[in-house]
Every structure is written in C-alpha cells, then in structure tokens.
Design a protein around this ligand. Structure first.
Ligand code: GLU
Length: 296
C-alpha cells in the first residue's frame, strides 16, 4: 500500500462484545497505517447483524477506544442507520441482473457442498435471501500489503454469495463495500480472518463501478488451540483502566521494535495519546508478521 497524503483508513468493529486483544490489534494497526502518512482514521459500528449484537457493546467499545487514546476523524457511522443506502445499491444490482432472489434452503445448499451456483427450480419460501450472481471463471486477484499476491476463484471457492439474508439483515459483504466506498476509504486494514472475503468485496466493487482500496490483513491472535479470539467467546476484554501495557503488547504483536515513549523517559505519567503519538514515527509496516500470533 503506497504511503499517500490523502489516505483514509478505518476501524469497523461489530458490537458483539467488549473489545478484546484481537480487536485492539486491528484498531492499533489500522490507526498506525492511516496516521503514518498523516491520513485520517474513521470509526464505523458494524451493527447489521441484529442477532449477534450484544446490547451496550457499541458504547462499551467506544469508551474503551477513547480510554486507549484513539480519536477518530469523520462522522461516527452506524450501519443500522444506513438501510436506505444498502437498499438502493441492492435494487441496482437486482435491476442489472447481478443479484437474484434465492429460495433454496440451507439444507439444499449444504447438499451442494455449501456453494450455491444455481437455484433448485420450484422451491418457494416466504423469506428468500438475495444473492450475487457470481460469473463463471470469476478469478479475482489483488496484492495484500502484508500477505502479498492473492487470488481466488470466487465462483468455485465461494459461489453466489448472500447480499441480504433470509432474516432481512444486510450481509456484511454488501454493507462493507457500500460503506468503504461511500466514506471514501483508500485503505482497509483489518484481521487476516477477512483475507478470503476480500475477493468478494473487490468483485462487488467492480460490478458497482466503485474504486478498490488498498488492503492489509493483520496477523490474527489465536488461543493456545489455534482458535481465533472472538469478541463473543471467552477472550478476556482489554483493560481500559490500564491501557499502556496493552498498547505495548499489541505493538509487539505487530512485530514492532520496543521503545520508550519520550514522556516516559521524563516521567512515568505518559498518556495513551502521548504513547500513540510517539509510535507513529517508529511504526514500520514491513515488520508486521504474516503468521498467526498466539496470545501469551
Ligand atoms: N466488523 C468486522 C469485525 O468486527 C470487521 C470488518 C472489516 O474491517 O471489514 O470483525
């Protein structure tokens, strides 16, 4: 991802629970990428999935980010406020023949290996999903800043993917593409669990005539069994009353060289903002590891 003056990045947590060390890594990583070039860092609450949302989690996440010294640019956007925008884009995809109503049940799709390529004729359900019609031989390639060249045959590896779910919720893939373009994101820095979603998002961008941002997928934090730490499972939340040790730990997980914030040298009272300020000039994205990191 070239360093550019007009760069704009974002952190986009789903409010499924308090921020854990994996979310802090995505927050700090995206913040450093944006700020290293003097760019903007925006915040978006990805609350389209009403079933997985935990009441109060969004505010809790915002309070934690503030305690860690993160100050965002731009308006704070909540996906739950943006139905009209997603609906307009979906209508366009339907009108252009790129999307279709799908009446197939979960069990029908599972019987086809979980990959949808054609609807079973004659099926009707009251709550059809809307899927993207993925063209045959749909090879999508891109260069990830951390993981290098990536390619995926979206038709074969993913199939026709969901844009609006049977329960009426917007799918992440649609909402994220609409929002990243609408908010003018030039770079998307997030966890490596989303690396294989990126070709779907690039395909949607192309069908909608939208620009493709630069991508960097940060190492995932895993538990000793190799499972991703997830906000909704047992991962311990980060301690918002003691942000500096967690910031430093996250910095090391990003492969960065240890440093002492300037203010620390004079007094032990450095604030998270001062630590973050000092971190910008020391950030070297080339040091970020590709492999998963086990949480100690
Ligand atoms: N909302 C997603 C999450 O919390 C991140 C999506 C993205 O950064 O594109 O894992």
């Amino acid at each position: 991802m070239p360093r550019q003056d007009a760069c704009r990045g974002r952190f986009a947590p789903s409010p499924t629970g308090p921020l854990h060390p994996g979310s802090l890594l995505a927050a700090l990583g995206s913040w450093l990428f944006a700020r290293r070039g003097g760019g903007e860092w925006w915040l978006r609450i990805e609350d389209v999935d009403r079933i997985r949302e935990m009441p109060g989690a969004a505010q809790d996440q915002l309070d934690t980010l503030a305690a860690f010294g993160f100050v965002h640019d731009g308006p704070l956007v909540r996906q739950s406020d943006r139905d009209a925008l997603y609906a307009a884009v979906l209508d366009r995809l339907l009108a252009d023949g790129h999307a279709f109503e799908c009446h197939c049940s979960r069990s029908v799709i599972e019987a086809q290996g979980g990959i949808h390529r054609a609807c079973i004729p004659g099926l009707r359900r009251p709550d059809p999903a809307i899927r993207l019609r993925v063209p045959d031989d749909c090879l999508v390639e891109f260069d990830d800043f951390i993981h290098g060249h990536q390619s995926q045959r979206v038709d074969r590896d993913v199939g026709d993917f969901v844009l609006r779910r049977a329960d009426g919720c917007w799918a992440y893939q649609l909402a994220v593409v609409v929002d990243d373009a609408d908010q003018g994101m030039t770079e998307v820095v997030r966890g490596a669990d989303l690396l294989d979603s990126t070709p779907r998002q690039i395909l949607l961008q192309r069908l909608l005539g939208l620009p493709t941002p630069g991508y960097a997928h940060l190492p995932l934090l895993v538990d000793p069994h190799g499972n991703k730490l997830s906000k909704s499972t047992s991962a311990h939340p980060v301690d918002r009353n003691n942000p500096l040790p967690a910031l430093h730990e996250t910095w090391l997980q990003l492969g960065q060289a240890s440093f002492v914030a300037t203010r620390f040298a004079a007094s032990p009272q450095a604030t998270p903002q001062e630590w973050l300020h000092d971190a910008i000039a020391r950030f070297d994205p080339a040091r970020i590891p590709r492999h998963h990191m086990e949480l100690s």
